[in-house]
Design a protein around this ligand. Structure first.
Ligand code: S3P
Length: 449
């Protein structure tokens, strides 16, 4: 069931060619960060192309309850009048981050060095996810946390009254953890240093620099060393949010597996820390091209063109690429089921602590539709038999996970029998226009009552 309503069972049937232009919504990661940094800046930040999915709307509400003025001007135009670094005020109610791990973890970081107490909760999925990976490093600033067993929500964070800068070596490759530490470092005296061995998405670093923070990133023998000088005055910015590569993945991959398709997905952010899926698809033999490559708002952007690719081959996806496509393994496994041979995805154990255990959810759902799967704690292997050969006919559980829901809807578009999901409601967290957008391209999706 979704966070905000009843379950919405859905079915996806084999369809004719997908054709046309798919204008996917704004980037979820960048949208969260634009709201949070706007709330910590002085002056009015204007945001164009904000993702208006449930996750980001929950973050907008949270910024209001911490004292920022957040205004929706319509059509993806938003403004945030910030309170300045260290200026958050204590909310008078619990902050509900819905389904969003990014939202709750970044906001915990942003308030961790302010002398206020905030209680966080979320939906059943978010309440089952580990927060210890955030509260551990935040405790180094002097922040205290009181949550349920296993470090789970609901949880109260008491921000540090006299935060001092920290040096933190990342234990898991996680942009959420890195970002939480950097955001906490904003109000700490001195230089906060974060060292990551595997590069994760770097939107926080880029955006902090854009807002005027003193931040440096060095590639060294011990990894990426990020150094942030605390207590800057952040200046309000105009931010244009690029379209989300993680959402683009769905029309792109659907076009690759549906016979005769040719789809253009314009204006997609291709930050190298996010574009691992597209590299992987091209290695598999996908007819996927980048057109009109350009830089917009400090992020690399291109128009993606995806055409039906019946000759894709399974490959070994390097574990070193995992962080740059961590959200795309579910849809990659759908493409893999339509390729020839084995696609081996190693180094993917982080998938087990996403909105659901994504290795388990994809394995069970693909098996229910006749696909051969092997898995262990850190690996998913899909054996494909070629384009359009998946039997289908199965019903998949989505476990409150938007990307699992959309992946199985794409599977149905190229399978012999329809593919069903128990609940498509979570799709609104990241891609509220998924169903009409895919239908306009030619998909046959329906709600089942
Ligand atoms: C995100 C980071 C990733 C990703 C999530 C968005 C972010 O999580 O899965 O959807 O915006 O920082 P981790 O940092 O935990 O890997």
């Amino acid at each position: 069931m979704s966070a905000h309503g009843e379950p919405t069972p859905m079915k996806s049937r084999k369809c004719g060619p997908l054709q046309g232009v798919a204008e996917v919504p704004g980037d979820k990661s960048i949208s969260h960060r634009a709201l949070i940094l706007g709330a910590l800046a002085l002056g009015e930040t204007r945001i164009t192309g904000l993702l208006e999915g449930d996750d980001v709307l929950d973050t907008a509400r949270a910024m209001r309850s911490l004292g920022a003025e957040v205004v929706d001007h319509g059509g993806g135009e938003w403004s945030v009048t910030g309170v300045g670094v260290g200026g958050f005020s204590e909310p008078d109610a619990v902050i509900d981050c819905g389904n969003s791990g990014t939202g709750v973890r970044l906001i915990m970081g942003a308030m961790a060095s302010c002398p206020i107490a905030v209680t966080f909760t979320g939906d059943a999925s978010l309440r089952s996810r580990p927060m210890g990976r955030i509260t551990g490093p935040l405790s180094l600033f002097g922040t205290q946390s009181y949550g349920r067993s296993g470090g789970r929500l609901p949880m109260t964070i008491v921000g540090a009254a006299d935060p001092v800068a920290v040096r933190y070596v990342m234990e898991v490759p996680s942009a959420q953890v890195k970002s939480a530490v950097l955001l906490a470092g904003l109000n700490a005296v001195g230089q906060t240093v974060v060292i990551e061995h595997e590069a994760t998405r770097d939107h926080t670093e880029r955006m902090l620099a854009g807002f005027g923070a003193d931040i440096t990133v060095e590639e060294t023998d011990v990894g990426r060393v990020i150094t942030l000088t605390g207590q800057p005055e952040l200046q309000a910015q105009d931010i244009v949010v690029p379209r989300d590569p993680s959402s683009a993945a769905f029309p792109v991959c659907a076009a690759l597996i549906v016979e005769g398709s040719d789809v253009l997905v314009p204006g997609i952010g291709l930050n190298p820390t996010r574009a691992g899926l597209f590299t992987t698809l091209r290695e598999m033999g996908a007819d996927l091209t980048y057109e009109n490559e350009r830089i917009e708002g400090g992020e690399p952007v291109a128009d993606l063109r995806a055409r039906y690719s019946p000759d894709m081959r399974g490959i070994e996806v390097p574990a070193t690429r995992a962080a740059s496509m961590i959200d795309e393994y579910p849809i990659l496994s759908v493409v893999a089921a339509n390729a020839t041979g084995r696609t081996v995805m190693r180094g993917v154990k982080e998938l087990r602590v996403k909105e659901c255990d994504r290795i388990d959810a994809m394995a069970r759902g693909l098996q229910a539709n006749g696909v051969t799967i092997e898995e262990d704690e850190d690996t998913l292997i899909v054996t494909g038999r070629g384009a359009g050969t998946v039997a289908g006919g199965g019903t998949c559980k989505t476990h409150l996970d938007h990307r699992i829901a959309m992946s199985f809807m794409c599977l149905g578009m190229a399978s012999e029998a329809p593919v069903s999901i128990d609940d498509g409601a979570p799709i609104t967290t990241s891609f509220p226009i998924f169903s009409p957008l895919m239908a306009a391209l030619g998909a046959r999706l329906e709600q089942v009552n």
